[in-house]
Design a protein around this ligand. Structure first.
Ligand code: OAK
Length: 812
């Protein structure tokens, strides 16, 4: 007899009274306080638990439906997640916003006050991390059985402070006050080995025994990821490193050697201590490789554990499992799965390799050669000796295949090898990722094409069918509904339903309203109100935003040259009828990326100088709100008129800020780069300000003897801007930026300057016709439905993952 029959947990109620009661119960019994003495934080934690309980109930039904179905699972492995603030999203996805707003009043607080206390887990650097968050949202929304795996860094992306000296970094102790959204799962902890040595197993040619020299525990906790408009609640499982019980040395402690007593535990815990704040270049070296293996080892064992709950043997593993590698950071998973199968589960090499290859898929997020990870062989050998042996074997079989296909083409073999030869031999992670997976994709049409034609050309020739494109997307819930409630309400009114939030192509229905003057007036009024809320300058000025990581290829310096040109023009003719502009920059630079930090410093200097200039400041303002993160993006994007997407063509893999801004009715000024191309194709060339050279022109420029000086000589306005910088008018940072531009100008900033400034003049002309601008703005929103991450996930599901949704029954 099933003793539990008919018995189950009490379900959280749906009525206002029940919500209120649950809130009070949680305040008393889980927070241990009373209404009279509740602080704002008590109220925040209590509300979060009350909302979380509702999602947890859905989670239990989701888990039951998944268990019953034994479906094919998607496991998303990512070193980064930028999940954003949790409370508002979870209120929306549990449809409890109204109940919550009422209920918290009885505790003496407003919902807005409590939202201000919400955590933002900044467990990522930029685009790749935020994409991971949008994809897990959309996987749940599409009822796809999925788990996102990541690292629970104690310190997320640094807190940025901006002064006239530029950027300084402070640690981001994001969970200092606790994280009410997180469920620890200590029983699912895993043991991870590092270092040590391997020894042969007698009688087995391929199996080895690895005896690690260091053992670390990985302790998981998870956060709930609800789907929108569905019952599914998936999870993101985050691993935190801990020393084992044996890592505390009691005898040393007793002898007063306190630091030595805990040193082993500290060493272990350092693995998940900080997110590496470099976006594209490699620093931190061994500890970072340790992080990668830590994530992979814990996650793979967890995936296998989950597989074994419903399946036996290995025959079905690859049919039931797809593991998506979010860039190369988790690529060591390919060698680790081989190790687990061959060494620990005694599967024959060929079968193990067949399983492994069919299990993994790889997404590449860059074209910059310096962002393609490689690791020194000697580091691998020390840290992961068995994995290096396995990689050598994989490489040997792979290179035999290349030789068979291209007999005598030794250069090709050298180029394609997973091991780069040279004074320092290195492991090329992207090569391992292509060799060990079933599908490889870029993140926008142009990016995928350039991957096939350049960086991964040899591989695309060998396995053309493996290469695909899946254009990125963004969550319309977070980046329209939550970020821009006024616009969301107007859209819902205009379309007659809120169904667009789960089916973003419905935005096309707005086209019918783009000629309606009263609709356009309301559209404009919303943009203005959002600017008032942002409080970054005159709400009637053109708000021109460039929000993204600082990197020379993204060309914040090009925007600055335009600012200096405007500054000169206004000073030369102060009484002319200038279009008032607020130029807003926001974003972080990697702490060790000096050139990017110089650009930030220069912006800070110019902003201050213009603000103090009575002639220029009525027309032009430069602002730099500090510490750009998801929460700040949600405030800036709804207020933007103009979206700066001005990277050198061929360098930005996709961009996703470009999509968020277009969706919110900002008009793009941009190059033919990344997803800009697809945005322009959809919103229409008339509703997009295009400038600059294309990727093929850009790719040839340096070989063809590109000279920044030629542009300097030929263009008086450019020359004046650069001379101002060179003269030190805007400080040393300005001099250094000018030196770099006139030195090599790696990203062809000067070559694109004239085209950019002319296009900005066109922007001004259109801005003078407010209804025309509003019309273009509406069409940007109307035709950005393609850029929903729900569509991205549907593409992955159909073409790469081949998974079917598993609907979760409603509670009875
Ligand atoms: C980070 C580290 C290594 C390689 C790539 C990245 C990264 O963040 N890439 C960015 O990914 C985004 C999501 O696909 C793209 O939109 C950006 O263009 C790309 O730079």
């Amino acid at each position: 007899m099933d003793l539990r029959q008919g018995i189950g947990p009490r379900r959280p109620g749906k009525t206002a009274d029940e919500f209120q009661q649950d809130l009070l119960s949680n305040l008393f019994y889980r927070r241990g306080t009373t209404v009279e003495s509740a602080s704002a934080r008590d109220a925040y934690e209590t509300l979060s638990l009350t909302v979380r309980d509702r999602l947890a109930e859905r989670r239990s039904r989701t888990a039951a439906a998944h268990f019953a179905t034994n479906p094919r699972w998607v496991y998303y492995l990512s070193a980064e997640y930028l999940l954003g603030a949790q409370l508002e999203q979870n209120l929306l996805y549990s449809d409890t916003g109204g109940l919550a707003a009422e209920a918290v009043k009885t505790l003496g607080f407003s919902l807005e006050e409590l939202e201000d206390l919400d955590i933002e887990p900044g467990l990522g650097n930029g685009g790749l991390g935020r994409l991971a968050a949008c994809l897990v949202d959309s996987m749940a929304t599409r009822d796809i059985p999925a788990v996102g795996y990541g690292i629970r860094y104690d310190f997320g992306i640094f807190h940025q402070i901006i002064t006239e000296q530029g950027q300084t970094e402070r640690p981001d102790d994001w969970a200092f006050h606790g994280n009410p959204w997180e469920f620890p799962a200590p029983d699912d902890r895993q043991t991870v080995g590092f270092y040590g040595r391997t020894e042969p197993i007698p009688g087995s040619p391929t199996r080895k025994r690895w005896m690690p020299g260091e053992i670390v525990l990985g302790e998981p906790s998870h956060m709930l990821v609800p789907g929108y408009g569905t019952e599914t609640v998936n999870i993101v499982r985050l691993w935190r490193a801990r020393g084992s019980e044996a890592s505390f040395d009691l005898s040393r402690f007793s002898a007063g050697q306190y630091a030595e007593a805990v040193q082993e535990a500290v060493r272990a815990e350092n693995i998940s201590k900080v997110l590496y704040p470099d976006d594209s270049t490699e620093l931190g070296r061994e500890l970072r490789l340790k992080q990668q293996y830590f994530l992979v080892s814990c996650s793979l064992r967890d995936i296998i554990r989950r597989f074994r709950l419903r399946n036996e043997g290995w025959a079905e593993f690859a049919d039931k499992t797809v593991i998506q590698l979010n860039d190369t950071h988790p690529t060591i998973a390919i060698a680790e799965l081989m190790r687990l199968l061959v060494d620990e589960y005694e599967v024959e090499w060929d079968e193990a390799w067949s399983i492994t290859r069919r299990t993994f898929a790889y997404t590449c997020h860059t074209l910059l050669p310096e962002a393609l990870e490689t690791w020194p062989v000697h580091m691998f050998e020390r840290l992961l000796p068995r994995h290096l042996e396995i990689i050598y074997l994989i490489n040997m079989f792979f290179l035999r295949e290349v030789e068979a296909r291209f007999p005598g083409d030794h250069d090709r073999v050298r180029r394609m090898s997973i091991i780069a030869e040279g004074p320092e031999r290195r492991v090329r992670m992207a090569h391992l990722a292509v060799v060990g997976t079933e599908a490889v994709n870029g993140v926008a049409e142009l990016h995928s094409k350039l991957l096939r034609e350049t960086v991964l050309n040899d591989f695309a020739e060998l396995w053309p069918a493996k290469f695909q494109n899946v254009t990125n997307g963004v969550s319309p819930r977070r980046f329209v509904k939550i970020a821009n409630p006024r616009l969301a309400d107007l859209i819902t009114e205009g379309l007659g339903s809120a169904a667009w939030l789960g089916d973003l192509e419905q935005l096309a229905g707005l086209e019918a309203l783009a000629g309606d003057a009263s609709f356009l007036e309301r559209w404009r009024a919303i943009k203005r109100a959002n600017k008032v809320d942002l409080a970054a300058g005159d709400p009637d000025a053109l708000t021109d935003v460039m929000i993204k990581r600082f990197h020379e290829y993204k060309r914040q310096q090009l925007k600055l040259l335009h600012v200096i040109a405007m500054y000169h023009r206004i000073r030369a003719d102060p009484s002319a009828d200038w279009v008032p502009r607020t130029v807003l920059f926001a974003g972080k630079a990697a702490p060790a990326y000096h050139a990017a930090k110089e650009i930030i410093r220069l912006i800070a200097t110019i902003a201050a100088r213009i603000a103090a200039d009575p002639v220029v400041s009525p027309h032009l303002r430069v602002v730099f709100p500090e510490n750009y993160n998801v929460t700040l993006a949600e405030r800036i994007i709804p207020a933007a008129d103009l979206s700066e997407q001005i990277s050198l063509a061929g360098k930005e893999a996709s961009g996703t800020g470009n999509m968020k801004l277009a969706l919110n009715g900002a008009i793009t000024i941009g190059t033919l780069d990344g997803a800009n191309i697809e945005i322009r194709a959809r919103v229409g060339a008339d509703n997009f300000f295009l400038f600059g050279m294309d990727a093929y022109q850009a790719a040839g420029a340096h070989q063809q003897g590109y000279s920044p000086w030629a542009y300097y000589e030929a263009d008086g306005e450019l020359r004046a801007a650069l001379d101002t910088l060179r003269a030190g008018t805007f400080g040393e940072a300005g001099q250094r930026v000018a030196d770099s531009l006139l030195g090599r100008d790696e990203y062809l900033t000067l070559a694109d300057f004239r085209s950019y400034v002319e296009t900005q003049d066109e922007v001004d002309q259109v801005w003078r016709d407010p209804l025309r601008w509003a019309h273009m703005s509406v069409l940007n929103t109307a035709h950005s439905g393609f850029f929903s991450s729900d569509r991205t996930v549907a593409d992955y599901a159909a073409r790469i993952w081949r998974v079917a949704p598993v609907p979760v029954p409603k509670a009875d």
